[in-house]
Design a protein around this ligand. Structure first.
Ligand code: ZN
Length: 500
């Protein structure tokens, strides 16, 4: 019987964020107390829309024994502690040392620790050092910053081709099937990779719209018609002050397909570079965005505050946009979730139906951008208290058990505000419906997200207004103290026009 090893190692690190990332935060979908392995890991991910769920199914299909060495996944935040990498690398290397025929990795690719700007490349290098010929496949997030070490030490690489990420299982399946063909001797894969010095805006990266759509469609077509084994374009994760930040193309080709693969990669990278100015988002003052929304007649309308996003390392406790919504008297609004465990505790102590005055949020400072948090005083009624748990029913992470921690709803008359104990980017209606709020019946839905909300919310929406609120996920890159990115890089050095 063949022996496969699998592992999940996932964190999107906003290197400017001051929110700490210790080892214990790496149990996001598996109970919240750090990484898990074996049966506990299988229970957390099996059947879900996640890459590793495809690996579990492929191992079963192949009749192979599967060792789930470790599942370590945390909500985006600041640089992770180095012990996280040491812990995960040791678990994976130990499983490999015990003997295996193939390694199936589910990695984010946007992680940075305090001492390593490329933990995924480091992990792969360590595995390679002990198993030089081991077939290794990796499914990466669309927001991967891919390094040379990663490209050189894997056998097969695929990346998500959607944002919101709804092709996660499929990405694992694409990687896993090519690796299994390799094991059978049907193909002899090589990896071609290129990285462009381009800091795109997350609001303008999605493959479902231009400028990325044509580029990704070209990659998808080349994989579908068999010109290459796998083709992926990675939009990259721009809020990372590291040398290998950028937009990346990665092609897996059989050795017989080398010429086609080289020309495909060159085409994809040239198209991206030619369109580089279309990847930038124009920032609008908050007051103008809210006024524009107020003039819209039909809801639900999402007000997407993308400066303070939990899924991009934000604290989700900045309320500048909420304050403006109150100031301009918008009505029939649901908002949240805002991260504020102290306020939740106060509301739980007061009890359902009690009137409370709270100091909401504002607990986080970001020295990197000279931002100081300030709370917002609000008076309202405690409408509901929940355990914050729900199972995702929308297309992103379908089947995963999410948790906001203990959660409470503050009703201030015009707005029902969800306040939670664990930072979260809303991508599924469950954030509101589990607390008895039906967002489909609201005129406005104020959330902190820039793209992932579309997965669960788009079917109920009439419109979306993007709002450039303050925070560590701002689209104004001039606010960040860049020190370690490669230079020149676009758009920080706009005169740049390197040969690609
Ligand atoms: Zn992503």
């Amino acid at each position: 019987m063949q022996r496969f090893v699998t592992a999940v190692f996932s964190h999107e690190t906003n290197t400017f964020s001051s929110i700490p990332t210790p080892l214990k935060s790496f149990g996001r979908y598996s109970g919240g107390n750090g990484p898990v392995s074996g049966d506990a890991a299988v229970a957390a991910y099996q059947g879900a829309n996640m890459p590793v769920a495809a690996y579990i199914d492929l191992a079963e299909e192949a009749g192979a024994e599967l060792n789930f060495a470790i599942a370590a996944q945390a909500t985006p935040s600041g640089c992770a502690e180095d012990t996280v990498l040491e812990h995960v690398a040791e678990a994976v290397c130990e499983a490999v040392r015990a003997g295996c025929d193939a390694l199936f990795l589910d990695l984010h690719g946007g992680m940075v620790t305090q001492g390593y700007d490329d933990p995924e490349g480091e992990l792969l290098s360590r595995v390679r050092a002990i198993a030089p010929d081991l077939p290794i496949c990796v499914a990466f997030d669309f927001h991967t910053n891919m390094s040379k070490a990663t490209a050189e030490n894997a056998t097969v690489i695929t990346g998500y081709r959607t944002y919101p990420h709804v092709d996660t299982y499929e990405t694992g399946e694409r990687a896993g099937r090519t690796l299994i063909r390799t094991l059978k001797g049907e193909v002899d894969p090589v990896i071609l990779w290129h990285s462009l010095p381009l800091l795109t805006h997350l609001n303008c990266q999605t493959p479902s719209r231009q400028p990325m759509k044509d580029i990704m469609d070209k990659a998808i077509a080349a994989e579908a018609d068999g010109r290459v084994l796998n083709a992926s374009v990675l939009g990259g994760w721009p809020l990372a002050d590291i040398p290998h930040v950028g937009v990346h193309g990665v092609i897996v080709a059989d050795k017989s397909q080398l010429n086609a693969a080289q020309s495909l990669l060159a085409d994809l990278m040239e198209m991206t570079w030619e369109r580089r100015d279309d990847f930038f988002f124009a920032v609008e003052p908050i007051e103008e965005s809210i006024a524009r929304a107020k003039d819209m007649s039909e809801g639900p309308i999402v007000l997407a505050d993308h400066g303070d996003v939990g899924g991009s390392g934000g604290s989700t406790d900045i309320h500048a946009v909420l304050a403006e919504v109150i100031q301009q008297d918008l009505e029939d609004v649901c908002a949240g979730p805002f991260w504020d465990p102290d306020t939740v505790e106060q509301m739980v102590a007061a009890g359902i139906g009690a009137e409370v005055t709270v100091q909401l949020g504002g607990q986080t400072d970001y020295p990197a951008i000279d931002f100081k948090g300030e709370p917002l005083e609000l008076t309202g009624t405690v409408r509901r208290i929940t355990d914050g748990k729900f199972v995702v029913t929308g297309p992103k992470n379908t089947g995963i058990r999410e948790s906001l921690g203990v959660t409470a709803v503050l009703d201030i008359g015009s707005i029902e505000i969800v306040v939670c104990s664990t930072r979260h980017e809303p991508y599924d209606l469950g954030v509101f419906t589990h607390a008895g709020i039906d967002p489909a019946r609201k005129k406005f839905i104020l959330i902190k997200s820039r793209q992932h909300f579309r997965a669960g919310f788009e079917p109920i929406l009439k419109d979306v207004v993007m709002i450039s609120g303050p925070g560590i996920c701002t689209s104004d890159y001039s606010k960040f103290p860049w020190k370690n990115v490669r230079r020149p890089i676009y758009p920080l050095d706009r005169e740049l026009d390197p040969k690609i």
